[in-house]
Each structure stands twice: as C-alpha cells, then as structure tokens.
Design a protein. Structure first.
Length: 216
C-alpha cells in the first residue's frame, strides 16, 4: 500500500462497508450519485459544530436512511427534535435540486451515532489541528499535543503530515510527525485516516492524520 493509497478506500468492500448503499436503474444512477455528493458535502458543513465525522446513505425504492456520526448528538437533535426536522428538510431540498422530477413522498429516516472517543477520530483530530493552525499557534506544539492526546486515548500509533506554506515560508515543504506504530501495508489493521485543509493567511496547508486503533 505504501503512502499512495487512501487507507479507507483500499479497505472498503473487504474490511469496511461502503458509505453509500443502493442500487439504481441506468436513468437514476447519475441523480443518486449527485444527491449523495450534495447531501454529504452539505451535512459535513452544516453540522460542523456537532463534530460530524461521516455520513452513510442507504436507499430503498421509496425511502432513504441517513446515518450521521457525530461527537455531540445533542447539537444535531436540537430542542424537542427540531434539529432532526431541519436535517430532513435539507436532504429533501438537496434531492429536489438534483432531480428533474420533483419528489414529495420520499420517506427520510435519520439515525444519529455518537463517536465514543473523539480523540480516536482522524477527522476530528485533523480538524482541530487545522483550526489551531489557522489561529497561528506554532505547528510543532499543535501536532505534538494532538499526538499525545491520541496516544493517551488508547491508540496504538498515530501519524500527522503537514504540507504547504508552513509558518508562511516562501517555498512549500512537508513535515511528518510520528508516534507509535502505523502499519501501511497490513490491511487487517484498523487505520482511520482523514485530510483537512488549513487556510492560513499566507497560504494553504494540508493536514493528513493516520490513527492506528485497536481491533474491536
């Protein structure tokens, strides 16, 4: 596997499930694909404060189940379940934006999963690192603290790679930080991976995080 393949993508189908699960006729495949992209991208932005990590979409002929994994479920549910209704309206709106034939009777079921340990979620760790870099905190201190928190939470290993105009330098560079073991070629190991951009004042810095978790 080396460093050239997404650790999540290479495990899908063998060790990890697909994030979108449905079948479609030739005429609907394009619409379903565009809907999934729009729904996933919109929810990741809309529920950022809830600590969202992933969105899974499952379809039946007249219904859709959307499973949202977040670190703070209360933010999504809202007072009296109003947040869930807002999410359903957004999903229905996204579906109708894509399809030429409007849909009104689509049954949408929202399921909320809670992240058991946010420090073992690569997406949340990468997002925190990117946020602290945007606040101009020294990058070595930010990454070192993040790695220490991940290891203290029970991870077997973690790796962080920063690439871009780190500290505002003229020529971009890559810096790698490593703690514990992160096997790159053992597919049976549980490796969580995410990449998040940090938009700094002097340029773009990409943040990549690998977390080697214990088998559950």
């Amino acid at each position: 596997m080396g460093q050239k393949v997404n650790p999540i993508g290479i495990r899908i189908g063998s060790f990890l499930p697909w994030k979108s699960r449905w079948f479609a006729d030739d005429g609907l495949f394009k619409d379903f694909l565009l809907e999934d992209i729009k729904i996933r991208k919109g929810l990741m932005e809309k529920l950022k404060l809830a600590g969202i990590t992933e969105v899974e979409i499952e379809r039946l002929p007249k219904s859709m189940t959307v499973t949202i994994t977040v670190s703070r479920p209360g933010v999504v549910i809202g007072r009296g379940g109003t947040g869930i209704e807002d999410v359903k309206k957004y999903i229905l709106g996204a579906v109708n934006e894509v399809r030429t034939k409007k849909v009104k009777d689509l049954k949408i079921d929202i399921r909320i999963n809670e992240v058991k340990n946010p420090e073992l979620s690569a997406h949340l760790v990468a997002g925190r690192i990117a946020g602290e870099l945007e606040r101009r905190i020294p990058h070595r201190r930010v990454v070192q603290k993040a790695l220490e928190r991940v290891m203290a939470s029970g991870a077997l290993g973690a790796k962080v790679v920063l690439a871009g105009r780190i500290n505002g330098i003229e020529i971009s560079r890559v810096e790698k930080f490593h703690m514990g073991s992160v096997p790159a070629q053992t597919l049976r190991e549980s490796i969580d991976y995410s990449q998040v951009p940090a938009l700094l004042k002097r340029g773009y810095v990409g943040v990549k995080v690998w977390i080697h978790k214990k088998q559950e």
